[in-house]
Design a protein around this ligand. Structure first.
Ligand code: AMP
Length: 295
């Protein structure tokens, strides 16, 4: 169904302004083409590139944005040192047939006098919302802008950031934004660690320790799906396993409903185990699906 990308392995065309983006997208829309959109903060890895492939399966043209959004970082977080490598990213995007790279500046996104915040209640409360105050407001505000700027038919977000994905699904529904939000599966390195631009911060020994995160979540999923119904015990064992492996700073480790993110006390509907931990200075998140066992 998809039409061939305009670019294959040549350089991906790049725009930096809302006007130029709108122009390019309008030409495609007028030709009856469907637009797919993949918002990112750059420092691209295979996880991001898989979302481009996924978008291509649902659209004729794929736009990727790279914007390190200052509004979603707390004052003591890593905004300043977040990896920025636009030329390298652009080359990677060419290998997956991206049609357009949108790389706005902070001044283009938030011009002098910018005063609006978009805030989603409910699914943003707890988990990362509790440990990163203001984070989801920053995400909701920038994604609202990006979606209105790009006028895409579909936008793909990774399940890696599961709470963010649910927040954005809620956002487009509540604000009647005519873009369908699609979830892209989490891509992992061969050792199991979910790919993340922040993995670059980990030293080799820290990375070894970090592997306990996917290992522990996998084990918890197995135990829950095998029918263990003492959820508190599973969570306690999970925390103990992380501690034992050297992950002493566990921000949260929880079992939540896969749709509402409400805490689960009995596993009767699709759920998700979600965790945020710190290994050294690096904050890592991960989550996995849990299917209720047939009883
Ligand atoms: P980021 O650049 O970290 O803001 O991520 C941009 C998009 O890529 C978000 O929708 C993320 O959820 C998604 N993403 C990040 N890491 C992965 C991964 N390992 N697998 C799949 N998607 C990912």
């Amino acid at each position: 169904m998809t039409k061939k990308a305009e670019t294959d392995t040549t350089t991906v065309p790049q725009v930096e302004t809302v006007a130029a983006l709108r122009d390019r997208v309008a030409t495609w829309r007028n030709a009856g083409l469907r637009i797919g959109f993949v918002p990112t903060m750059g420092a691209l890895h295979q996880g991001h590139l898989s979302l481009v492939d996924y978008a291509r399966d649902h659209a004729d043209r794929v736009v990727v944005s790279i914007f390190v959004n200052p509004k979603q970082f707390g004052p003591s977080e890593d905004f300043d040192r977040y990896p920025r490598q636009l030329a390298e990213d652009r080359a990677k995007l060419a290998t997956v047939g991206t049609d357009l790279l949108y790389a706005p500046s902070v001044a283009e996104m938030y011009p002098e006098g910018f005063s609006t915040t978009v805030s989603v209640a409910g699914v943003t409360e707890g988990l990362c919302g509790a440990s990163r105050p203001g984070h989801f407001d920053g995400v909701a505000t920038v994604v609202t802008k990006l979606l209105l700027q790009a006028q895409a038919d579909v936008a793909v977000f990774g399940e890696k950031d599961y709470q963010q994905y649910l927040t954005l699904k809620r956002l487009v529904q509540d604000l009647d934004i005519p873009t369908r939000i699609l979830p892209g599966p989490t891509v992992r390195d061969a050792d199991g660690l979910a790919m993340s631009s922040r993995n670059a911060y980990l030293s080799a020994p820290e990375r070894e320790i970090a592997l306990a995160l996917p290992r522990t979540l996998t084990r918890m999923v197995e135990v829950l799906e095998a029918g263990q119904d003492d959820i508190d015990a599973v969570l306690r064992q999970g925390r103990a396993a992380l501690q034992e492996a050297g992950i002493t700073q566990v921000e949260y480790l929880e079992l939540r409903d896969a749709e509402t993110l409400r805490p689960v006390t009995r596993l009767t509907a699709p759920a998700r185990v979600l965790a945020a931990v710190r290994v050294g200075q690096t904050r890592l998140i991960d989550n996995m699906a849990v299917t209720p066992p047939r009883r």
